[in-house]
Design a protein around this ligand. Sequence first.
Ligand SMILES: *Cc1c(COP(=O)(O)O)cnc(C)c1O
Length: 394
Amino acid sequence: MAEDPRDWEIETQAVRGGLMRTEFGEISEALFLNQSFAYESAAAADRRFSGAEPGFIYQRFGNPTTQMFEDRLALLEGAEACKATASGMAAVQLALMGLVRAGDHIVAGRALFGSCRWILSEWMPRFGVETTYVDATDLDAWKNAVRPNTRAFLVESPANPLLEVTAIGAVAEIAHAAGAKLVVDNVFATPIFQKPLALGADIVVYSATKHIDGQGRVLGGAILGAAELMTEAYKDMHRHTGPALSPFNAWVLLKGLETLELRVRRQTETAAKVADAVAAHGKALKTIYPGRPDHPQAAIIANQMTGGGNVVAFDLGSREAAWRFLDALQIVDISNNLGDAKSMATHPCTTTHRSMPEAERLEIGLTEGWVRMSVGLEGARDLVRDVSRALDAA
Ligand SMILES: *Cc1c(COP(=O)(O)O)cnc(C)c1O
């Protein structure tokens, strides 16, 4: 009997999933830097366009390298279908736009990536779609926010920047009872540590720019879900509005998937050591890491995540202390990306979350002293030494 890749271990899926070889039998996936495809006859073109015959037509619709990336990520996620996009934001935008129309309503966790908040607060209202923000840890708040016209729920878990965790299964039940779909931004957990679809979510989105590339090179994104919903909500929109991922970037991300599990596990091991070192140092007023038992939602994490991830957040009490910490780092970079091989730390209030009004920042607990650190692949002892020295300086 032929092996079913869906039964493979995630490590095998990451290396071999979606592989399509040409007649040359190349080991590393081929890069089809290619826009259009020739048809054997006019009748063949007709069949291809009508959908009667499978095959590629145009890069905006699909490309063999991009498809290998989509098929591989779908396998890792346990999703029936995946559509790759040019960035994580293209994925979020498409994921939401495909579910709503004028007059509809969205409920979203209030701790969200800044650009996601902009889409909901500034962009969607132009098309008559309103959003209610809720404390994502409060199930009653989700329930109470539902209106007759609610069509979509959006949540990021763990959320940026303070790593708040939402009970995905419970929120999915509330969404479904309201006739809405739940979209989960799974960037921080990665497909290695959390499977939102299995927990009840309808759609998962990724910024592949983060851990999936993991080496600071390209932008990319993806939407994943059941085949029927993906076709109904996104197929035509993706073809005609043009958020297609470049095949070159798809190739980089495809190779990134091969080592994703290895990288994320090592980063997570090191992040746990960094988080413990920060907590033990005494300078931080609070240390938040989803792998520590003192995380505010530790019980939910135990239910739905198999690892804490590579991001640690800690409160140094004031902007001055946070900046002194960042400026004293010698190995870790000051930068706002995450999931990279290189460790980086940022001051969210003045970088990633500077456009968020102060009142909203305070609602999510984001005060001036917070630092968010993405732990990379450097040696744990070097990182702990660098961070401890910078804490002394803070
Ligand atoms: C980075 C990020 C995005 C946006 O992704 P891009 O690839 O930068 O467009 C969306 N959601 C989360 C949680 C992110 O961290």
